[in-house]
Design a protein around this ligand. Structure first.
Ligand code: HEM
Length: 142
């Protein structure tokens, strides 16, 4: 679980992400679709799944807005993400193993985009936060 210290580190780091959500989300989703092509099956209704395409960019912004919202609700991630969990479980039918895959890709993109700020301390706090987000999104699958 996230300690108060972890939560503070995540919030401080996320202030640097502000204003760059769409680009970072686009890079993370692009990387996920490229490195883990099995994830493409969920987006087969998009016109263009190539890295940086319009739908990938738009979706990257949507996902990052949800993650940014979660950063402000670290005291109750399960509650904050419950309706998104429901959507992914029952409507989108996304295998919850994929939440870890996207989290990993987002971690990689954050580390390369903010290489100076991405200290081991930040790394562990963001990793714990994204793991908690993935767990909260898996709630409705139980
Ligand atoms: C849609 C968030 C992971 C597949 C969405 C939406 C949000 C979101 C906010 C839009 C919901 C709406 O329209 O009301 C997240 C977050 C994730 C995550 C925060 C993890 C950090 C994943 C993963 C997959 C996935 C790993 C599949 C590999 C989808 C699909 C849609 C969607 C297929 C609908 C997209 C469309 O039709 O354009 N997600 N998601 N999500 N998500 Fe996720």
């Amino acid at each position: 679980t996230l300690s108060e210290k972890d939560k503070n580190i995540v919030k401080t780091f996320w202030a640097k992400v502000a204003g760059r959500e769409e680009q970072i989300g686009c890079d993370a989703v692009s990387r996920m679709l490229t490195v883990y092509p099995q994830t493409k099956t969920y987006f087969s209704h998009w016109k263009d799944l190539s890295p940086g395409s319009d739908p990938v960019r738009k979706h990257g912004g949507i996902v990052m807005a949800a993650v940014t919202d979660a950063v402000s609700k670290t005291d109750d991630l399960t509650g904050a993400l419950l309706s998104l969990s429901e959507l992914h479980a029952f409507t989108l039918r996304v295998d919850p193993a994929n939440f870890k895959v996207l989290s990993h890709n987002l971690l990689v993109v954050l580390s390369t985009t903010f290489s100076n700020d991405f200290t081991p301390e930040v790394h562990v706090a963001i990793d714990k936060f994204l793991t908690a987000v993935a767990l909260a999104l898996s709630e409705k699958y139980r």
